[in-house]
Design a protein around this ligand. Sequence first.
Ligand code: ADE
Length: 294
Amino acid sequence: SLPTEFAEPVRLAFIGGTGLYHLESLTPVAKLTVSTPWGFPSSPITISKTADGFPIAFLARHGIHHDLLPTDVPSRANIAALKKLGVNTIVAFSAVGSLQQHIKPRDFVVPNQVIDRTKGNRPSTFFEHGFVAHAMFGEPFDLKLNKIIADTCQDVLKGDNVKLHTRETEKSDLTLICMEGPAFSTRAESRLYKSWGGSVINMSCIPESKLAREAEIAYQMICMSTDYDAWNESEEPVTVETVVGNLSANSANAHLVAEKLVTVLEPKIKSGEVGLDYQHSMKFSVSTKEKGRN
Ligand code: ADE
């Protein structure tokens, strides 16, 4: 069995979504059950190492047996557990529906904007109990990481018939709608999101990305399109079968992307080029006044 303790800091973490419960190219060297003030994360965190000993964490967002609804994912525990290990860079994978004809099922999307359509019942801040802070979230993803991931995906998916959609390829914002679920959208909702300029839709980006920002961690989500949601009447409306079928066909690409990303990110994280953009950012986000004054 794997060791349950890990002494050195781990800087890079992957979070796997539907259809991605471990990363094949990584051989686990430890399996950690991490306790946090917000409870336990969705799954044990596995640690792997590159050939030169750089550690990487992996967490399965919905649990390794996919038994957590999007609403019930313990995002605060997930982000706090990764922070506790020393993580400063998170690459999160997610299955998404496409809201645009040219974003086909099985395409990869690196979004740079988010619209929160969750219903307000997911704990989405670490700041409470008389302590108020407002994290900056105008850019919900780390721009440096966004660019590196977009370039790496472009390299890996080159020649494949899977297309990559990034801010550069679209020449405009790529907007991810995050809905509550667990039921998929109605056709009218789907068209509404499309009219808002939404590119893709999932149930997982919020509050995960917000909490990562509060934890001063660089975060980017990589979306894998599995269906045309409900707006596209010429296609069958989305079912779990479509989502899971396309994702498992696609997971080979996710593994390739993750494998390549590790080699690209390792030196950049080690040198501090990646992972430090939001370090100390919350210092300027706290509104609570020092008690005892005024
Ligand atoms: N995840 C995958 N496909 C989705 C869809 N159409 N809506 C919301 N989440 C999804």
